[in-house]
Design a binder for this molecule. Structure first.
Ligand SMILES: NC(=O)c1ccc[n+]([C@@H]2O[C@H](COP(=O)([O-])OP(=O)(O)OC[C@H]3O[C@@H](n4cnc5c(N)ncnc54)[C@H](O)[C@@H]3O)[C@@H](O)[C@H]2O)c1
Length: 423
């Protein structure tokens, strides 16, 4: 499927409107230009610095540079497709309005914070028959395609159960889900939706059957006032315990300086001034310098979700902060074989022969590199689908993404109410 893309994307260059020129919007836009498959022709971005840098980088016509997605919409349709990479709570408005104008959509995950909004997006996509890709980038890695192919080829027989781990990582949790944008469900969404909608979507993609029942447990155990060590200050820069704290903000962010990948992420979320003085100033006043035990977070720091599929197959999924920041690990148990993967390499044991096979998938094993690769594959596939007017090139549509999100919301209901939720 992927091999045929290169030749076609050079023929048709997809004109793009980028809505939200933040970290994700920039990344996708750069990939489109790097392959020649797409070209940003318009942007909507409220942050003046980001907006003007984006306009300059991509040589945009000043008349196609907007402060807000509403201004872009008011200008009429300016491009073939839109990349909507706004914050989580600002997805539904632009997605629905742009679909209604006939833009094909690449929409960042999660679709929307609520089920009602996700349904509105799905209806708008279907009503306007536009091509839609939710940025579930995990689906597009060579690793995922290899796992899916092995399952579809029956290499482990019938899949009966799955064990899956999302090792969020201690400093990533502190960055994004304690101090950062996804720390509080009132301003973003649940941790399961913000982080693990990828995992649930991916698991449903692999298993290929609908979920019948779901349960979930988890809570915020550690990053709260009750766990605060005695003598800790409200900010790391004032804290006598900082040198021995695993969640030291100076250690994390000053350590990013000089590494281009880390300066892009996570440091760009903290400050645009990538110097020691710039980082220290941001940690002095900004949210990323707060003590992890004195923040306004409510995101869980560990959660399990168990699912039963329509045919009785089961899955247990664990998401935890208390791990290294690593690729996801998965074990798949079939009637004729066993498959385990560390996000890069796969090990398959065939029960008929007892033989074991190690399968490389072309990944690097490096989480950041693999995320970049996944982002790039999704961008390439979306642009190829638009260029060829062929939504079948994408591995999911709006209804599929909505169904995955509905499992996430059901799991959250199960966790909050201590019940098993039927779907
Ligand atoms: N697919 C993935 O793996 C993945 C990874 C990280 C983040 N995300 C998602 O991508 C989205 C963006 O995340 P990010 O890290 O790029 O955040 P970001 O804050 O860097 O970028 C979001 C941008 O949207 C802009 N914006 C806000 N309101 C706007 C409006 N009304 N009109 C136009 N632009 C507006 C902001 O100014 C900001 O520049 C989020 O939904 C996030 O959850 C997805």
């Amino acid at each position: 499927m992927m091999e045929s893309i290169e030749s076609e994307i050079r023929v048709d260059q997809v004109r793009l409107a980028v809505v939200g020129a933040g970290l994700r919007g920039q990344r996708y836009a750069r990939r489109a230009v790097a392959t020649g498959a797409g070209r940003p022709v318009a942007v909507a971005e409220p942050d003046e610095g980001r907006r003007s840098r984006f306009a300059t980088e991509f040589g945009l016509d000043p008349g196609a540079v907007f402060r807000d997605w509403r201004d872009l919409v008011a200008a009429g349709r300016l491009a073939d497709a839109a990349i909507v990479a706004t914050p989580d709570r600002e997805h539904t408005g632009p997605a629905v309005a742009l679909a209604d104008q006939g833009y094909h959509l690449m929409l960042e995950k999660p679709m929307a914070p609520t089920e009602q909004e996700a349904i509105r997006i799905t209806e708008a996509v279907e009503r306007n028959k536009v091509i839609f890709a939710l940025c579930h980038v995990l689906r597009y890695t060579s690793y995922s395609r290899t796992v899916k192919q092995l399952l579809d080829d029956g290499r482990i027989g019938t899949l009966t159960s799955v064990q899956h781990l999302e090792p969020v990582g201690w400093w990533h949790q502190a960055h994004s889900f304690v101090r950062g944008e996804w720390s509080n469900s009132r301003t973003s969404s649940s941790m399961l939706l913000a982080k693990a909608c990828h995992d649930i979507d991916w698991l449903l993609y692999l298993v290929g059957r609908p979920v019948a029942r779901v349960s979930s447990f988890g809570r915020l155990s550690h990053f709260r006032a009750a766990a605060r060590p005695e003598g800790a200050a409200d900010r790391c820069l004032d804290c006598p315990l900082e040198p021995t704290c695993p969640y030291s903000a100076p250690r994390l962010y000053l350590g990013c300086l000089g590494d281009p990948a880390k300066e892009f992420w996570p440091l760009s979320a903290v400050t645009t001034e990538h110097t020691e003085a710039g980082v220290r100033a941001a940690l002095r006043d900004g949210p990323y310098g707060r003590c992890v035990y004195a923040s306004d977070n409510d995101a869980v720091d560990h959660q399990v979700v168990t699912m039963e599929f329509a045919d009785g197959a089961t899955c247990s999924f664990t998401m935890t902060a208390f791990s290294p920041f690593e690729l996801r690990k998965t074990r798949l148990f079939g009637t004729h074989g066993y498959l385990e993967g560390d996000g890069d390499r796969l090990r398959l044991v065939d029960f008929r022969t007892g033989e074991e096979e190690i399968i490389g998938t072309g990944g690097t094993g490096d989480l950041e590199a693999d995320h970049t690769d996944a982002d790039e594959m999704l961008t390439d596939t979306f642009l190829a689908a638009v260029a060829a007017n062929d939504p079948a090139r994408l591995s999911s549509d709006a209804a599929t993404s909505l169904a995955g999100h509905q499992v996430v919301w059901a799991a959250e209901r199960a966790r909050r109410t201590g019940t098993v939720v039927l779907l």
